[in-house]
Design a protein around this ligand. Structure first.
Ligand code: PTJ
Length: 254
């Protein structure tokens, strides 16, 4: 990692970028992960690089859905593994869910490296290295899934997912929670709960929320979930982007 001073105005963003670069260098993140991160950075800028109100509402709904789930599974790809590996393990432990390495640009070497990384943070159950089922409607590599993991899950948390797989999981009857800074992506529109926030903020927020909501009974959790409307939250996220940009006109004044 570079010796960037914490006082640098873009410190947090640049440190996040370095984690993805390091992920590529260690073989955890695919090269395409750099492009995805760049796109994410640009979109994060549009929401002011903070958790917005609709983002927080989605996180609360996601926490309720995870706590209500009977067989939740957390999916991990190369970008999530570079950015929030320990937090994914902590979240899995808090809700009693297994993790599954499930990547878009699949190589067995990268799957193993991500699984080893998660285990190094104490993950007890990591699926993905020996997939024994296929998600219908997807090409071979991306269709791979594990029985006892994503294949049998009722709720799947898939940060930074691609639209096709998200649709295929929904068609299988799964409730899908995703994190995507693009509120207009196919993934965002297909998921039941879309968290429009940076994964580096969203996963720590989810950990805090599942801790806070752990004492709620199922009825109270269902009420939390029923109060949430994904389409409305996506529209509000777009509005956040527009109003944040409108507020930036002042920086262009003489
Ligand atoms: O490790 P793999 O092979 O599974 O590949 C992972 C990536 C992310 C490269 C792959 O799934 C991919 O190409 O994804 P896309 O289609 O680029 O979509 C990623 C979405 O996540 C885009 O809408 C990005 O804006 C968004 N995104 C990128 N970085 C972040 C993000 N959302 C939240 N937090 C981020 N840090």
């Amino acid at each position: 990692m570079s010796d960037l001073p914490p006082s640098h105005p873009r410190y947090a963003s640049l440190k996040t970028r370095e984690k993805v670069v390091e992920g590529v260098e260690t073989g955890i993140t695919g090269l395409n992960g750099l492009i995805a991160q760049g796109r994410g950075e640009a979109l994060d800028y549009l929401i002011g690089e903070r958790t917005t109100a609709p983002g927080e509402d989605a996180e609360r709904a996601a926490a309720a859905m995870l706590l209500l789930a009977e067989r939740p599974v957390l999916s991990v790809n190369g970008n999530a593994a570079a950015l929030v590996p320990e937090d994914m393990v902590i979240l899995a432990e808090k809700i009693g869910a297994p993790l599954e390495v499930n990547i878009f640009y699949r190589t067995e070497d990268r799957v193993k490296k991500i699984a080893d990384l998660l285990r190094s943070f104490g993950a007890e159950k990591v699926f993905g290295e020996a997939p024994d089922a296929v998600i219908p409607g997807l090409d071979h590599a991306r269709a791979k899934a594990a029985r006892g993991g994503i294949y049998d899950a009722d709720v799947v948390f898939v940060p930074l997912e691609d639209g096709d797989r998200c649709e295929a999981l929904v068609k299988m009857g799964k409730r899908v929670i995703t994190v995507d800074l693009n509120p207009l992506s196919r993934t965002a529109r297909t998921s039941m709960v879309t968290i429009v926030d940076n994964v580096v903020r969203a996963v720590p927020n989810l950990i805090s929320l599942v801790e806070e909501m752990a004492d709620l009974d199922d009825e109270e959790l269902r009420l939390n979930l029923a109060a949430y409307d994904n389409r409305a939250a996506l529209r509000r996220s777009v509005e956040e982007m527009i109003s944040h940009l409108m507020g930036q006109f002042s920086v262009l004044e003489d």
